[in-house]
Write a protein that binds this ligand. Structure first.
Ligand code: KG4
Ligand code: ZN
Length: 300
């Protein structure tokens, strides 16, 4: 993890991220192989995230994956970062199969995705402005909790009163499945200087976020007659979101799935899981694979 380094600056510094990737990537690959007691000979294919994201970090991974695949004579499978988050659900839930609906909430995305089949995605709702994780991070900074904000708000909110402050709902008029978190974020930022308990602000902010995520997700699940619902992305490790979503699904007889926290935030296992299904579907990339910072879900 690079979290300690970025904490010094209050957020991810792109240049530091890619420099550290270059320094560590060979060590990490070697350790992963050693921990799994295998060599490159035991591996069928090499999967790599090629977008979306910070171009510097993506480039390091893509170059490394191409080098390994070329040297070891293995197929190369490029994976969409969000597809990785969704596929994190397959790692521990062996019985989960499409179709299902998935809420992906990370630092860069808040999407409601219909997973029609392996590798077949339809985005039915999205944020119009900030991502849910981004709102968590900005609010955390504003109330003096620092980086990374999500887990810190999650923790401190347990000691606060979620009804202490009435924040605006993260709704978008007329768009049933779309989100908007910038109004909510601004409402919290405007409270700077007011004498409120940070735990109450955190709990009230979190309640507003969780309510809208659950409401829209359940509306979509009902409209699309989905019997299975999954959450993914860094924000999916949020305890309040998980508890509320679990209850809402149980009430409607919908099967609820979520990855363990370690598979919610960015990790390599989820890219391996997505790569596995892409490989089975015949996806192969050439040595000209490049980083695509704004790659769209479902694009090849
Ligand atoms: O998926 P992720 O690791 O990276 C991206 O692809 O963006 O998500 C990171 C985001 C950050 O905004 C972080 O604050 C948020 O996920 N996050 C959380 C929690 N853990 C991480 N948000 C709320 N509650 C958490 N427990
Ligand atoms: Zn991510």
């Amino acid at each position: 993890s690079q979290i300690d380094l970025h904490t010094l600056y209050g957020g991810v510094v792109p240049e530091i991220a890619s420099r550290k990737h270059i320094e560590k990537i060979n060590q990490v690959v070697r350790k992963a192989l050693a921990d799994a007691s295998c060599t490159l000979d035991d591996i069928t294919a090499v999967a790599v995230t090629y977008g979306p994201g910070l171009v510097g970090a993506l480039l390091v991974g893509v170059a490394e994956a191409k080098a390994i695949a070329y040297a070891a004579k293995k197929p190369l499978v490029g994976v969409h970062h969000i597809e990785g988050h969704i596929c994190a659900n397959y790692i521990e839930n062996k019985e989960l199969e499409p179709p299902f609906l998935c809420l992906v909430a990370s630092g860069g995305h808040t999407h409601l995705v219909k997973v029609a089949d392996y590798g077949k995605y339809e985005i039915i709702g999205r944020t119009r402005d900030d991502a849910a994780g981004e709102a968590y991070d900005k609010v955390a900074r504003a109330i003096g909790l620092g980086y990374p904000g999500g887990p810190k708000i999650d923790r401190i909110a347990r000691e606060g009163n979620p009804d202490a402050i009435k924040f605006p709902k993260a709704n978008v008029d007329g768009a049933k499945y779309d989100f908007s978190f910038s109004g909510l974020k601004s409402a919290v930022l405007k409270m700077k200087g007011e004498s409120f308990d940070p735990a109450d602000i955190a709990a009230s902010f979190q309640k507003a976020v969780v309510e809208v995520l659950v409401e829209k997700s359940m509306q979509a699940a009902e409209d699309y007659s989905m019997r299975k619902f999954a959450i993914a992305g860094g924000v999916a490790s949020n305890t309040a979101l998980r508890t509320a979503m679990e209850a809402a699904c149980a009430k409607r007889g919908i099967q609820f799935y979520h990855p363990s926290p370690i598979y919610c935030t960015d990790n390599a296992a989820m890219i391996g899981a997505a790569g596995f299904y892409e490989y089975l579907a015949g996806t192969r990339h050439g040595w000209d694979l490049n980083a695509v910072p704004n790659l769209k879900l479902g694009e090849r």
